[in-house]
Design a protein. Structure first.
Length: 315
C-alpha cells in the first residue's frame, strides 16, 4: 500500500489516502506479509518526524512489528518489536551497533461498564496497560518520567512508567480530554493493574521488597491528566498489605496504617516486640532510603513521627 497524496505543511492538516500498487517501491521486509509504504514529500514534516520518531512508538501498537524510515536509499531509522519470555523487546537497528530495550508490559482488556456504554456504542471492551523498563535480568528500572499513551504518545505524565489506554484525547492529540468520565474509569482500571499485577511481582523478590516504592505515583510529580490515577493507586494501597516489616519473614506484608517507620538505629536500641506494644503500631519498618521513599510511605498512611513514638517509649 502506498500513500497517494502529499501531506500539507504545518500548521495545516493533510490527508493520507492509501491506494494499491502492483510493484512495491522498496524491498519488502522478510517475515512480514503486510507492508505500508508512506512517501513523505513535505520537508518540514519530514524533519519533525526524523527528530521525534523513536523506538517507544511501537510499545503499544500491537499489530505494528517494524518501522523503518528512509531518505532515498539511506536508512535513517529501523525499529523492530517482538515478545520473548514475557517481555516486550524493541530493537533499534538504525546503526551497525543495534540496541534493544526491554519492557515489562502489564495489560488487561476491560469490559466497558453499563453506565459508559453510551459513550462508545460500538465498543464493548477497552485496552489498559502499564509498561516498565527492565534490565537484562528482569529487574524494573527507574529511568525518568514516561508519557501517557493512547496507542501513540500523547503527552508527559510525570509517572515513572508508561500508562496506556484508549483515552479520549483532544483534537490536537496533545492532551487528554478534561472531566471525562471515560478517562477517569480507564485510570481507575490502570490503578488496579498497578496494585494487582505490578505490586505482587515486586513483593515476591528478595532484592525488591521495597523497590516498588520508587514507582508510587506522587501527586507533586504526576501531571494534571493523571491525578485521578495517582489518587486511586494511593487509595487502593492504603488498604493493601504491601509494607515489609522488621521481625517478620520478608514474604509477609502489612497494611501501611499499622506501620511505624523509623531509622535502623532506632530498632537496634529497642526490641521490636516492645516497640510495637509501646507505640501502638503492629509492625516496625526501617528501610527508608530516600526522601521520595519517605514521601511515598507518608501518603500511604504509615506513621512517620519517630519523635512521638520515642516519647511514648520513654514515658
Amino acid at each position: 500500500i502506498e500513500s497517494a497524496s502529499q501531506i500539507a505543511s504545518a500548521p495545516e492538516l493533510g490527508l493520507i489516502t492509501p491506494e494499491w500498487v502492483d510493484e512495491f517501491p522498496v524491498e519488502a521486509i522478510e517475515g512480514f506479509e503486510t507492508c505500508i509504504y508512506l512517501k513523505m514529500d513535505a520537508s518540514k514534516i519530514w524533519s519533525e518526524l526524523t527528530r521525534t520518531v523513536s523506538a517507544d512508538l511501537l510499545l503499544f501498537l500491537q499489530h505494528l512489528r517494524c518501522l523503518e524510515m528512509f531518505d532515498g536509499e539511506k536508512l535513517l531509522a529501523s525499529f523492530l518489536r517482538h515478545e520473548t519470555n514475557g517481555y516486550t523487546h524493541i530493537d533499534d537497528c538504525s546503526s551497525e551497533l543495534a540496541t534493544s530495550t526491554r519492557y515489562l508490559v502489564l495489560q488487561k482488556t476491560v469490559q466497558v461498564p453499563h453506565h459508559l456504554i453510551h459513550l462508545r456504542e460500538h465498543q464493548a471492551t477497552a485496552p489498559v496497560a502499564l509498561a516498565f523498563s527492565v534490565d537484562h535480568l528482569g529487574k524494573v528500572m527507574q529511568n525518568g518520567p514516561k508519557p501517557i499513551y493512547a496507542f501513540l504518545p500523547v503527552r508527559s505524565s510525570g509517572l515513572r512508567f508508561a500508562l496506556h489506554a484508549d483515552f479520549e484525547v483532544v483534537a490536537g492529540r496533545d492532551d487528554l480530554v478534561e472531566e471525562s468520565s471515560w478517562n477517569e474509569w480507564l485510570q481507575s482500571e490502570a490503578a488496579a493493574i498497578f496494585c494487582d499485577m505490578f505490586l505482587p511481582t515486586r513483593c515476591t523478590q528478595d532484592d525488591s521488597d521495597t523497590a516498588w516504592l520508587q514507582f508510587i505515583p506522587l501527586r507533586n510529580e504526576a501531571s494534571q491528566p493523571v491525578l485521578a490515577f495517582s489518587d486511586k493507586v494511593v487509595d487502593l494501597l492504603r488498604m493493601r498489605k504491601c509494607i515489609p516489616v522488621e521481625g517478620i519473614d520478608h514474604a509477609q506484608f502489612v497494611i501501611p496504617g499499622s506501620v511505624l517507620v523509623c531509622p535502623p538505629a532506632f530498632t537496634h536500641l529497642f526490641d521490636s516486640s516492645w516497640l510495637r506494644g509501646a507505640t501502638g503500631c503492629s509492625a516496625i519498618a526501617s528501610f527508608v532510603d530516600t526522601a521520595r521513599d519517605h514521601a511515598a510511605l507518608e501518603i500511604l498512611g504509615c506513621n512517620m513521627d519517630v519523635s512521638l513514638a520515642l516519647q511514648r517509649c520513654l514515658a
